[in-house]
Design a protein around this ligand. Structure first.
Ligand code: OOG
Ligand code: MG
Length: 254
């Protein structure tokens, strides 16, 4: 029997102490369903410490991301308020094991959403759209994992920054996106890399989170997933994402 509580505690402590752990499912012993159960248990530990639900994130919604980590399934994770970094703010390198930054698009929900919905219905539930940066940090040694591992590890969720809000009618179909480090472009891409259109990440979130018996709730943030591969970060890095039509968002790692 796999002890899901023990795995959740191990991953939660690894995140809290920024100490890497070996992966669990080299041979995929940790099935996807059990892995989502571990994820829920590890988030429950954060809630017990006073962190509040802030929404959800989609992961591996672009081919570049799938190729970078060698996992080819769309996955989802949970966000808490403690993961949010203020736009233009600082975040300590010491909080992380091996942080990487990703250029993303985020949605703020104005209505609950779950289940099988089309793109128009999904967008009708959105209050605002943002350029965003996700800081991911796998709790596994060398950032190496199989599907079950990364799902159990809350899809490497660690921190996120939101830029200025735009109205939901802004066109996000095929926006140029650049992630700069210290003023120089590190990766360039398009929002079309996110499942062909970021709204498809929202549709997939409603379906997958709904199938788990949950829903996107009014006030929730949803990160749609990275448009490019993630960029490793060092202390001192000034990170900025510029997204056509949406504006820019930045933070500094100190
Ligand atoms: C998994 C999380 C991927 C994204 O935006 O695709 C993700 C990882 O790469 O560690 O957040
Ligand atoms: Mg991401």
């Amino acid at each position: 029997m796999i002890d899901l509580h023990r795995i959740a505690a191990t991953l939660d402590e690894a995140a809290q102490t920024a100490t890497p752990v070996p992966q669990f499912s080299g041979a995929d012993t940790l099935g996807v369903e059990a892995a989502y159960a571990v994820q829920a248990l590890s988030i429950a530990r954060r809630h017990a410490r006073g962190e509040a639900h802030a929404g959800f994130k989609m992961g591996l919604t672009s081919k570049a991301k799938m190729a970078q980590v060698g996992v080819s399934e769309v996955i989802w994770g949970r966000l808490t308020d403690a993961m949010r970094v203020e736009e233009g703010g600082e975040v300590a390198r010491a909080r992380f094991i091996h942080p990487r930054a990703e250029p993303e698009v985020a949605f703020l929900m104005k209505r609950d959403l779950a289940g099988e919905v089309g793109p128009a219905e999904a967008m009708a539930a959105v209050e605002a759209v943002f350029p965003a940066i996700e800081i991911i940090d796998s709790r596994y040694r060398d950032f190496k994992f199989a599907l079950g591992d990364v799902v159990a590890d809350n899809t490497s969720a660690s921190a996120f920054v939101l830029g200025p809000p735009s109205k939901p009618d802004v066109d996000v179909a095929n926006l140029g996106m650049a992630l700069e480090v210290d003023g120089l472009p590190a990766v360039l891409g398009s929002s079309a890399a996110i499942l062909g259109h970021p709204v498809r990440a929202l549709v997939a979130a409603a379906r997958m989170i709904g199938a788990a018996g949950l829903s996107l709730r009014a006030g929730d943030i949803l990160l749609a997933g990275a448009a490019t591969e993630a960029v490793p970060l060092v202390a001192g890095a000034r990170v900025r994402v510029v997204a056509q039509n949406l504006g820019s968002v930045a933070f500094t790692m100190v």
